[in-house]
Design a protein around this ligand. Structure first.
Ligand SMILES: NC(=O)c1ccc[n+]([C@@H]2O[C@H](COP(=O)([O-])OP(=O)(O)OC[C@H]3O[C@@H](n4cnc5c(N)ncnc54)[C@H](O)[C@@H]3O)[C@@H](O)[C@H]2O)c1
Length: 327
């Protein structure tokens, strides 16, 4: 007979209910200057919709000059396409482009009202970046992360200065500025932003972040701060299973993708989608699910690990499960 162990059920399903989660109020976003850290696929897209849709000036920084050049070239291409298709006027495109300014260091973000971090999916890197934000940005700036899976609570804890108690007013004010603002790829096209509150996030931080996502033309869905949040707790195991099917020879690459395109009406199959997300990002997310839950069902596919070892990272590196010539 099916039986639910009530203690186990409680611990896994109502884990957050003892915390009084911040209520989401309705406010204007109030962002007059935005910082975006990371000019990869996501950072470029976030800077683009912020400048074009929310009409907010953006300071963009990436440690790689090549990546910045690629990001700006992509923005120019997207704006030209929007003008050619009559979606925006030429002057709107020019104004949006003029709102994006490249800066050379995190220090140059010192005056922003909010920063959105979109560097690679790695907890240690994000901790270092957020510690830097807390030292170099205004003490009232909102610190948002575009992480796909990493605990927002862990990232928030990293901004509390050494020697300050997390329970003190100073500690709570520091960590309360951190929020998960998870855009989807490609950002100019996908309509959703997932909003995630850390345990420490202040209600006003959440409200401003939500209002900003809406000003970028997005719909907002909220998730608790669990590994992968709602989106990747569901999507990434599906992609990982598809890679395992390929690994075990259950079906070919093309038949796996065709099954989902034609049988389930997905716009692209899971292997092509993995290439678009980036295989390094997929592996990092799957590892976060695996270590964050200690559940063996999330073990990353060995084939996925080997693809990343080979630096076959998908569309962004020219080769993944498919080849992308001249891109
Ligand atoms: N790719 C997706 O589909 C997707 C979707 C939603 C969220 N995300 C998340 O967005 C973030 C970025 O993903 P992406 O796909 O844009 O990755 P990406 O590899 O395209 O870009 C990452 C960028 O971060 C830069 N970077 C790394 N360390 C840096 C540092 N210390 N300072 C400045 N720049 C630094 C790199 O040079 C690179 O340009 C990740 O957290 C990822 O999980 C990705």
């Amino acid at each position: 007979m099916f039986r639910v162990d009530s203690d186990q059920f409680k611990s896994s399903h109502v884990i957050f209910q003892h915390l009084s989660l911040p209520a989401i109020m309705s406010v204007a976003h109030g962002i007059k200057l935005l910082g975006v850290l990371g000019a990869g696929q996501m950072g470029t897209g976030i800077a683009f919709v912020s400048a074009l849709r929310a009409r907010v000036p953006v300071l963009l920084h990436d440690q790689s000059k090549d990546q910045v050049a690629r990001g700006l070239a992509l923005m120019d291409k997207l704006l030209s396409k929007d003008v050619a298709k009559g979606r925006i006027q030429l002057n709107e495109a020019q104004e949006a482009r003029d709102r994006v300014r490249v800066v050379n260091a995190i220090e140059d973000l010192r005056d922003v009202d909010m920063v959105v971090e979109a560097v690679s999916e790695n907890l240690d890197l994000k901790r270092t970046v957020f510690r830097n934000f807390s030292e170099k940005l205004r003490p009232d700036a909102i610190l948002a992360t575009n992480t796909s899976s990493i605990s927002i609570t862990k990232i928030a804890a990293s901004v509390i200065p050494d020697g300050v108690s997390p329970a003190s007013a100073e500690g709570q004010a520091a960590a309360g500025r951190v929020v998960g603002l998870h855009f989807f790829n490609p950002v100019p096209v996908m309509k959703l932003v997932e909003l995630i509150s850390a345990v420490q996030t202040a209600p006003e931080t959440l409200a401003h972040a939500r209002a900003f996502a809406e000003a970028c033309g997005k719909e907002v869905a909220t998730s608790q701060d669990v590994p992968g949040f709602v989106s990747n707790a569901l999507l990434m195991p599906f992609i990982n299973e598809a890679i395992m099917c390929l690994e075990k020879g259950i079906a070919t690459r093309d038949d796996i993708d065709k099954t989902f395109r034609l049988g389930m009406n997905h716009p692209m199959g899971p292997l092509q989608l993995a290439d678009f997300i980036g295989l390094d990002t997929c592996l990092a997310i799957q590892k976060t699910l695996y270590t964050g839950t200690s559940d063996s069902k999330y073990r990353p596919s060995v084939l996925l690990e080997r693809m990343v070892d080979a630096q076959w990272l998908g569309k962004k590196s020219g080769r993944g499960f498919y080849e992308y010539k001249d891109e």
